[in-house]
Design a protein around this ligand. Sequence first.
Ligand SMILES: C[S@@+](CC[C@H](N)C(=O)[O-])C[C@H]1O[C@@H](n2cnc3c(N)ncnc32)[C@H](O)[C@@H]1O
Length: 406
Amino acid sequence: MTSDRPNIESTSELEKFYTECRQAFAVGALQRLVLSKYKGSEAELNRITIRPVQIKEQKLLSFLYEYRTNHVTKNFALDDALALLQQLLGSDFHNAHMISDDWEIQLSFSKKGKVLLNKNRNKNSPAAGDQKYSQVEQSHNRTKLRYVEQDRPYLRELGITDANSQIIPAMSRKWKQINKFIEVLSTAIQQTGLDKRNELHIADFGSGKAYLTFAVHDYVSANLGVNTQVTGVELRQGLVDLCNQTAQKLSLTGIKFEQGDVQHFSAQNINIMIALHACDIATDYALNMGVRTGAEIIMCSPCCHKQIRPQLQSPALLAPLLQHGIHLGQEAEMITDGLRALLLEAHGYDTKVFEFISLEHTSKNKMILAQKRKTQRDNREVLQQIADIKTFYGITEQCLETLLQN
Ligand SMILES: C[S@@+](CC[C@H](N)C(=O)[O-])C[C@H]1O[C@@H](n2cnc3c(N)ncnc32)[C@H](O)[C@@H]1O
């Protein structure tokens, strides 16, 4: 439904705006276009965010209709998108903000129908074409890719950004962690083809204050335009209540928090299983759940490796190295996570172990990323490798292995 269009005084400014949008899209430089100041008749509609998307080789424009309690995505070819834009601007929406790699253009309509166009260089302009769909920051002559936009409302609500969408200095490590996490996730989603699904179910075990839970919800629903149901599972009721209140305050749908212990939680049909810094064997329970529900992506950043260390009987040759507690801890950590990765390999996943990013309160910075293989593979060799490693170190039990055997 569109409301009556006021008398528009200057159509040339409008034409200039449409031309800029068309050109930015054509050369692949369009980052986003946001329509705001809604005056139409749909009571719950706030704004529309438009971004370029590629669906089955076709470059389209994805319109994300942001309602108070839900989001709806519609994709259009360029001509249809521009026709719709012409219908909406000046009538339903009185403000448009277009960001391309080179320009930031603000278009607004006064009450009397006067059109104002304000065009400025994009200060965050990226250096390279391949990074055109993301915001980029120049530092130390290096181009840094940012996957998350600073103006997202959840960042403000969680205290990562201030009222002007600037990163609060004390939260800069958390901000980097969120970006790194979304970068890893985004690649995995594309490689597994999950971005083509209509709906995704995501579980985050040990969600804590849920910085990453909100980030993944926002990225999948707003950036990819995929309907998503994100569930954060957390032991501490206080944090569960706090996070549900935050979701409510932001009028978000498709995200909820439940009190529960991952060791007794039951979940089904999860596409993406996340467990970041869940303590000790809580990580094994989460990994087991991910495998059992057939999750296409499993992402975990383990911490507190307590189970294996007391079992280790290292060969005498290594004793001078492992006499130092810190080395024994590092050895136990490497063996625990190495075995977890091999167990995931044996259960149908391609697995990588790599450096993630540390939190402010812990030096733990490892990530295990597992992506479900499309075809089955003979797992006898990898099962034999696991058995040999256990024998070598005298390990009698590893939690994930036991869970997967039951
Ligand atoms: C270090 S915090 C990490 C929070 C968040 N995942 C992150 O990386 O920012 C670990 C969280 O896991 C929760 N937790 C620990 N064991 C758990 C379990 N068995 N079931 C559910 N949550 C658990 C803790 O209460 C804590 O909030």
